[in-house]
Design a protein around this ligand. Structure first.
Ligand SMILES: Nc1ncnc2c1ncn2[C@@H]1O[C@H](COP(=O)(O)OP(=O)(O)O)[C@@H](O)[C@H]1O
Ligand SMILES: [Mg+2]
Length: 179
């Protein structure tokens, strides 16, 4: 697989004299040349995953959200053949992993925030959650999540990643390593 990373930095200047004070990376753009690159990114996120994490997968239909989640879940559950159906009809699928429960949500068809409670959102947050269509979360969107926005670009995909601080740098270094 091959991929390229661009880091967007937030720059701010110190009071008055205009000297650049700090550079803080806020988001990273990755070009995913093929399916294998998307799957490698999923595996890299799995390697960095901790109990209680939220991974939010934005992007239009066909962007690769389920594909990335599938590779992530197979790696996290240490089962390369794990059946990972799209939760687009069930809205949520449950998995047991060595890191504890992981729930994979697809909220495209969610019927309001009350329905999210019925799906067991509060309990799910005690474990790990992967969420497609996270805009449906509204006020329940976890502030400390890893956000991955996927965008089709011809046969390729662009991914924009934000959150998780230094953990994000580590996982991107892993994702860029040849399989
Ligand atoms: N980097 C990529 N390059 C080309 N095709 C990709 C890439 N990543 C995923 N795909 C393909 O795009 C489609 C994405 O489908 P899916 O993962 O179900 O999207 P979503 O869940 O975002 O609707 C799949 O057919 C997959 O093989
Ligand atoms: Mg999907």
């Amino acid at each position: 697989m091959s991929a390229a990373i661009v880091t967007t930095a937030a720059l701010w200047r110190d009071g008055g004299c205009g000297t650049l004070a700090r550079v803080t990376p806020t988001s990273h753009s990755v070009t995913l040349d093929d399916l294998a690159a998307t799957e490698a990114l999923g595996r890299a996120v799995a390697a960095a995953l901790r109990p209680g994490d939220a991974v939010l997968l934005d992007g239009p239909l066909g962007a690769g959200k389920t594909t990335l989640a599938r590779a992530l879940l197979r790696a996290a559950c240490r089962d390369p053949a794990l059946e990972v159906p799209s939760p687009s009809y069930t809205l949520v699928q449950h998995y047991d992993s060595p890191l504890g429960p992981i729930r994979h949500f697809d909220l495209w068809r969610l019927d309001g925030p009350a329905a999210l409670e019925e799906l067991g959102w509060d309990e799910a947050r005690e474990g790990i959650v992967l969420v497609e269509w996270p805009d449906r979360l509204g006020a329940l969107r976890p502030a400390d999540a890893l956000g991955i926005a996927l965008r089709p670009a011809g046969e390729r995909r662009h991914a924009s990643l934000a959150g998780w601080g230094g953990r994000l740098d580590t996982l991107l270094a892993l994702a860029m390593r040849p399989a």
